[in-house]
Design a protein. Structure first.
Length: 395
């Protein structure tokens, strides 16, 4: 990209950048939208809820008509649990495709809900492939639903959701997608990728503040979900039916968070929607990865699997390197980074999402270089074990 974007205004003077996958750095306008109170019953707030649901549905593209959007109070996990507990019935069987913490969390949720399930566990980051899914489904006709994670935020891998969706559709099963950290920046259109429902939340790629998640599901699935949930507060059907009838959330809505989210949606739209948002994040990632590789640091994933959401780097194989000290020194430079989640080798993560651009990512690279030399780290290459580990993943 040779066209340099104008600098994004600073979130707020002196506030650190959150290089984390949500909560993340939000714009001043988004924060400012929280400076008034709204009555949850009032028509103004009901209109805000309706607008928000419609704007989110628009992101599905032309095939959105058969879908509806149901917001749910709480963090993203609450919305995942609402989706899993409401859109599957007792007696259904679920295949979970796991390659990280969020896949494992979905499996644990199903366990807690008492839903029969099997897990395809690919470890820390290897992607579940379409042919594996097709094979598992053909061998187990009892499986009714498949759960996939779109971007597995724990490694930053962009899973091959399209081939997974094709395999699930070919086998006549239903796909539930945790698109928490991807929706709004990476296309997920039902005319291209067949799915039953997806889930995301306010504080990821739409760049809102935390406080609710939302499920976008086929209306048929929402209609049929009556009585599935064994939870009152996480009953997606009930929340949907109530919202359809009254325009209101069933219980106290996060009013300020919704106001901020609407402002964030305006900025998302002004940036060019999903394509514009995705392009900025991809530029952030490309700037970050090129700069860090220039310092001798290496990514866990090969280019083809790198999401524009968050990137995992191996810790340098140098006795002078310690994550805690690295973290504190980066924080002193106004950058909050994220620890790694790999079980085999040490790593750290840098998020590419939030109200940041390539100018900021260049500063992140500069801060990293300064910090490493301040710590006396001379060998920035990863240990042998990390390279061996990485060779498990095809190019
Ligand atoms: C952020 C995230 C979630 C939800 O996490 P919360 O901490 O409950 O908001 C779920 N799945 C993925 C892939 C995520 O990135």
């Amino acid at each position: 990209m040779n066209q340099i974007r104008p600098r994004l205004p600073l979130p707020r003077l002196g506030e650190p950048y959150l290089l984390t996958p949500g909560p993340l750095t939000t714009s001043f306008r988004t924060k400012e939208a929280m400076l008034r109170d709204w009555g949850s019953w009032d028509g103004d707030f009901r209109a805000m809820t309706a607008t928000m649901r419609a704007r989110l549905l628009e992101m599905l593209g032309p095939a959105r008509d058969g879908f509806d959007c149901v917001p749910m109070q709480g963090s993203g996990t609450f919305a995942v649990e609402a989706m899993l507990g409401s859109l599957t019935a007792r007696g259904d069987k679920v295949l979970v495709l796991s390659n990280g913490a969020y896949g494992l969390r979905a499996a644990r949720t199903l366990q807690q809900l008492g839903r029969d399930h099997v897990v395809l566990d690919k470890g820390d980051y290897l992607p579940p492939r379409g042919d594996e899914v097709a094979d598992l489904l053909s061998r187990d006709p009892a499986i009714s639903h498949v759960v996939a994670v779109h971007c597995e935020t724990s490694s930053g891998i962009l899973n091959p959701i399209s081939e997974v969706a094709d395999a699930v559709q070919a086998a006549g099963r239903k796909l539930l997608i945790d698109s928490m950290s991807a929706f709004g920046a990476i296309d997920l259109r039902p005319d291209e990728i067949p799915f039953e429902a997806l889930v995301s939340s306010a504080n990821k790629c739409i760049e809102g503040v935390p406080g609710f998640g939302f499920v976008i599901a086929r209306k048929e699935a929402l209609e049929q979900a009556v009585g599935n949930s064994s939870s009152l507060s996480l009953d997606l059907h009930d929340q949907w039916a109530h919202m359809e009838k009254t325009g209101q959330w069933r219980f106290t809505p996060p009013t300020h968070v919704v106001a901020a989210f609407l402002e964030a949606l305006n900025q998302h739209h002004a940036e060019g929607g999903v394509a514009g948002r995705g392009a900025r994040y991809a530029e952030n990632r490309d700037t970050l990865v090129a700069g860090m590789r220039g310092l001798g640091l290496e990514t866990l994933l090969r280019d083809r699997w790198l999401s524009p959401i968050i990137v995992t780097f191996f810790c340098p194989d140098d006795p002078k390197f310690a994550f805690d000290s690295f973290y504190a020194r980066m924080k002193a430079r106004n950058f909050i980074i994220y620890p790694g989640k790999l079980t085999v080798v040490d790593s750290f993560r840098i998020g590419c999402i939030g109200h940041m651009d390539a100018h900021v990512m260049r500063q992140v690279v500069d801060a990293t270089g300064e910090t490493l030399s301040e710590m006396g780290v001379t060998n920035t290459a990863p240990p042998e074990a990390a390279i061996r580990e990485r060779s498990k993943l095809a190019a």
